[in-house]
Design a protein around this ligand. Structure first.
Ligand SMILES: Cc1cc2nc3c(=O)[nH]c(=O)nc-3n(C[C@H](O)[C@H](O)[C@H](O)COP(=O)(O)OP(=O)(O)OC[C@H]3O[C@@H](n4cnc5c(N)ncnc54)[C@H](O)[C@@H]3O)c2cc1C
Length: 451
């Protein structure tokens, strides 16, 4: 039996494994997915997780539940030695070991790109993982509770100041959703008013949302400004030490929350720890059929797709264009990969990947959105409904669709949940405070550390 090893069970890896489960015949090959996370993150839902419109768990699609015929390994691949058909695995728990395979699929995605800006590593948070989205939401909810009991002043102003750095898709959607949540929450906080809120979106270029053309992009800026937010174009973050934001425009302010959404960098394992060919951006060099290598120099038994691969975009009129890193491509590349691998095992025809964009749709907060397909632009509530409709259909498995839809319908009837669960970070505090461990003679401090 051939061993197929998939590095990364995100979008592209999940769909590859899922497709292989459907297309492989019994005894043809064994599929293994290695990923430190036991779920595929449905990243387009993360902005709605920050706003409490999607339950955090619903953005996480369980690998074990949906990949029933696949062997799952909870760990990270730390090195790929393809000439030996071997990867090094660091399990989530325990000692590192090696795994051998016959066919390799690399779908490890990208990581958040950062810069050595003072204070950034200590103060900022990304928006690529479920835990980050939950923490952002809890931070805003906690800040509201704290600010409501303070008199107007510097401390309260800081608590109600929220900054996003990076005006791409992730930043714009996260910013719009959090702004929408904060504005809606004012109804429950008579101590606070819209004037007390301070939302900043900082973008180094002269426009936001590069995925849409100039005019819709400018409309999004205006719509944020109409909602009371500030958009700083042609501006960079210079420092974030102790939450004190210093911008290249000379403006400075204290910010309770700094969300860093300034783009993707290549996955460090793919970039630095593989003998497979990578391009100047650290992406795997792949052919249009998703096999690693070039037309003249094919690497046998190695495939790649998604955000970690430079896949030729056959649908683009621009020579040498690569597919943009998004879910639209990652899903379809995963499906194509599964079919191509199965065909390869049986000596069948391996086909090229080709997909023309379906357009761009983004949420800007509850009831607000923007959609563009070529020259067609739709704004406002209709675009937002299209966003929700598209994603509820796109999230894998009916079980997930029903769960997400149920939360949306419940929220339409009763509103969103406004309770911060930040206390889950310290789950034993209540127990320790009540003196439980002291009765048995244990130290509170050491107990708390162990938690
Ligand atoms: C907030 C947000 C919103 C988005 N919204 C949209 C949208 O509306 N539309 C759209 O088309 N795209 C959207 N995207 C982009 C889209 O989610 C990504 O392009 C897509 O997830 C890429 O899929 P992938 O499989 O390449 O990587 P991922 O989905 O990131 O999966 C990579 C997987 O590899 C695992 N991994 C990483 N390193 C290792 C390792 N060393 N060993 C083992 N496993 C590893 C990771 O844990 C992860 O599970 C959004 C992204 C974000 C962050």
């Amino acid at each position: 039996m051939r061993e197929i090893l998939i590095v990364g069970g995100g979008y592209a890896g999940f769909y590859t494994a899922w497709g292989l489960e459907k297309s492989l015949r019994a005894g043809e090959a064994r599929v293994t997915v290695v990923d430190p996370r036991p779920y595929m993150t449905y990243q387009p839902f993360l902005p709605e997780v920050t706003a409490g419109s999607v339950e955090a768990r619903h953005a996480a699609v369980s690998l074990r539940r949906h990949l029933r015929k696949t062997r799952l390994i909870a760990g990270s691949v730390t090195e790929i030695r393809h000439k030996d058909r071997t990867v090094a695995v660091q399990p989530v728990d325990g000692n590192a070991y090696e795994l051998h395979y016959d066919i390799l699929v690399v779908t490890a995605g990208a990581v958040t790109r950062t810069f050595p800006i003072p204070g950034l590593a200590q103060q900022a948070i990304g928006l690529k993982h479920v835990e980050e989205a939950v923490a952002i939401r809890d931070r805003l909810l906690t800040a509201f509770d704290q600010a409501a009991s303070l008199r107007p002043g510097a401390e309260r102003r800081k608590l109600l100041t929220f900054t996003f750095v990076g005006g791409g898709f992730t930043g714009v959607e996260g910013f719009g959703e959090l702004l929408s949540l904060a504005t809606a929450m004012l109804k429950s906080y008579p101590e606070l008013s819209l004037e007390d809120l301070s939302f900043h979106l900082v973008e180094a270029r002269d426009r936001i949302l590069p995925e849409v053309s100039d005019r819709p992009g400018a409309w999004v800026v205006r719509s944020f400004e109409r909602r009371g937010a500030r958009v700083h174009l042609n501006t960079q973050l210079l420092s974030a030490v102790n939450g004190h934001v210093v911008l290249s425009s000379g403006e400075e302010f204290d910010s309770e929350l700094i969300v860093w959404t300034a783009g993707n960098a290549s996955n460090p394992v793919v970039h630095n720890h593989t003998d497979l060919p990578v391009d100047e951006r650290g992406l795997l060099v792949v052919r249009p059929d998703l096999r690693v290598g070039t037309d003249s120099d094919l690497v046998p038994d190695a495939w790649a797709a998604g955000d970690d691969a430079a896949v030729p975009d056959l649908a683009s009129p621009v020579p040498g264009a690569r597919t943009v890193p998004n879910a639209q491509h990652a899903v379809r590349q995963g499906k194509r990969l599964a079919k191509n691998i199965a065909a390869g095992l049986r000596g069948g025809r391996i086909r090229n990947y080709r997909h023309s964009s379906l357009g761009v749709v983004a949420t800007l907060g509850l009831g607000r959105g923007i959609f563009q397909y070529r020259g067609i632009v739709i704004k406002g509530v209709l675009a937002w409904l299209m966003h929700r409709g598209y994603h509820v259909l796109a999230v894998p498995t009916w079980e997930r669709k029903v769960r997400v839809l149920t939360v949306w319908l419940t929220a339409a009837l009763f509103g969103r949940d406004l309770v911060s669960l930040a206390a889950v970070q310290h789950p034993r505090d209540a127990f320790v405070t009540n003196g439980g461990p002291q009765r048995s003679g244990e130290s509170r401090a050491s107990d708390h550390t162990a938690a």
